[in-house]
Design a protein around this ligand. Structure first.
Ligand code: DC
Length: 226
């Protein structure tokens, strides 16, 4: 079973998906981390972020692993633990640029789908329900106002000791939304069969509970139809 969670930056995807995966006993796939890891390697190797061909080559040779430890999931790329390094706004913005290239998205498709072969999955990203797992049993699109998302992101960054202002974060959220929603391939948009949840005025627990209800509903329907 695949639970696909899509939405823009700061919509609560990661927090909610991690809790859901734990509650359901499913694997957790953070596809944003894959794009971020690629962006990190590209920045390190000084590969221009507008060179789709070169970036796709890099994506094909990139070795990415997710490892579970007490602090959560670690992201290892080409043997380097990049878990913290990929969480900066700089890498986030670079990931958004890298993800605009059709060749790159194609190169990363197999890596993402392979996780779905391994067992039950909560997969989060921008195109889980539309492109990567179009047959996902439950599809959710989380959204919230840009101001609420910027505030959440700001607090998160501050907690990590990253120095920034709310204005800067809001600007970056709006710019990333624009980039992610206007690209020609797999733009950020809800799947036609996704349930849209506006999390602006909801607690994490409320969001998790509403998705849990969708999962239960699906299981019940499957049970009665078989
Ligand atoms: O979810 P995130 O902020 O970690 O994602 C970083 C960027 O990666 C995001 O701005 C767009 C891109 N991305 C994507 O294009 N498709 C996905 N499935 C996940 C992320």
């Amino acid at each position: 079973m695949v639970v696909a969670i899509d939405g823009p930056a700061g919509s609560g995807k990661s927090t909610v998906s991690k809790i859901l995966a734990r509650k359901l006993g499913f694997m957790y796939l953070d596809t944003g981390a894959i794009y971020r890891a690629l962006a990190y390697v590209a920045l390190k190797k000084k590969i221009p972020l507008d060179d789709g061909k070169l970036l796709a080559e890099l994506a094909k040779t990139m070795q990415i692993e997710f490892k579970q430890d007490e602090q959560g999931q670690r992201v290892i790329v080409n043997g380097e633990d990049v878990s913290e390094k990929i969480r900066t706004e700089e890498v986030g913005m670079a990931a958004s640029k890298v993800s605009m290239h059709p060749e790159v998205r194609k190169a990363l498709l197999g890596i993402q789908r392979n996780f779905g072969e391994k067992g039950n999955l909560v997969a989060e990203g921008r195109d889980m329900g539309t492109v990567v797992f179009p047959n996902a049993e439950v599809k959710v699109f989380l959204t919230a106002s840009p101001e609420v998302r910027a505030q959440r992101r700001y607090l998160e960054l501050k907690e990590k000791g990253i120095n920034t202002t709310l204005e800067e974060v809001l600007k970056s959220v709006i710019e990333r939304d624009r980039q992610d929603s206007t690209r020609s391939v797999a733009p950020l948009k809800p799947a036609s069969d996704a349930v849209i949840i506006d999390t602006s005025n909801m607690s994490i627990e409320e969001v998790v509970n509403s998705i849990m209800r969708l999962v239960e509903l699906w299981k019940k329907e499957k049970h009665t139809s078989s």
